[in-house]
Design a protein around this ligand. Sequence first.
Ligand code: A3P
Length: 304
Amino acid sequence: MERMAKDKVEETGELEWALLPRGEISQVEGIFLEKNTCNIWDKIWNFQAKPDDLVIASYPKAGTTWTQEIVDLIQNNGDIEKSRQAPIPLRQPFLELVITTYSGINQANAMPSPRTLKTHLPVQLLPPSFWEKNCKIIYVARNAKDTMVSYYHFQRMNKTLPDPGSWDEYFETFLAGKVAWGSWYDHVKGWWRKKDSHPILYLFYEEMITDPKREIRKVMEFLGKDLTEEVLDKIVYNTSFDVMKNNPMTNYTNVRMNHNISPFMRKGVIGDWKNQFSETQNKQFNEDYEKNMADTSLLFRMEL
Ligand code: A3P
């Protein structure tokens, strides 16, 4: 009986998802963004930051949610119950996101300080008020190959973004920067340059995988907190892939995402691109990468 009820719910969810229209993308200053975001761009650009706002910025699929949960738990001194009171976009508004009744801007404006805000905006599109108020920013970056694969599967399951088409098609679209939030190259390089003139903690997904406690400690110090080893260990455990995958407050179980196509918490590893890239694509990618990364000191690990 229970099983039948569960099947029914799943079927209804599938149907609801199938009927939802796909979100579209448009442009702001040459950068592709979700159309809903473009439609209220003036409101976003004029957003008023406060000096104690913290921004978590990233290119999509870099490990944003992971970083958000780490930050939230640090701010809550490791209090798991407190961090589990609401889904992550309600605890930390997603600045430029607008879907149905959710608006990151409205969410942020209604929230008491100190606020933590998420954004995927490239550095030149961050509302100027954040620079004027000298807000602290944490940026997380992930190697382009794994990001591309993760983004492809994300677009398959997430109806707020356009259909990615086939993997081969998506490979070209991504390399051309014709995806929401623009070119990966420009994003990671732009934020990397900015950290020379602004308080930005630049994290790497690959380092977080290799030594989560070390990276969590970095975040803690950046936030000016001092937590015991015991609390740090608790945060490492509660932000591990398996725990976050089973946590409804971090795993994005909602109607717009069809986790049967691909779960939001998909694999969480370094080097999954090897299962997706053809040899020819890898060669083409490497040539493109070399050209585009020639003018930066940024280095990424693409495998363990
Ligand atoms: P995969 O699709 O490669 O599995 P974002 O939050 O920026 O959208 O990033 C999502 C990616 O980060 C997904 O990558 C997801 O599995 C991974 N991720 C989320 N939480 C993680 C964690 N605790 N440990 C490792 N990877 C995590």
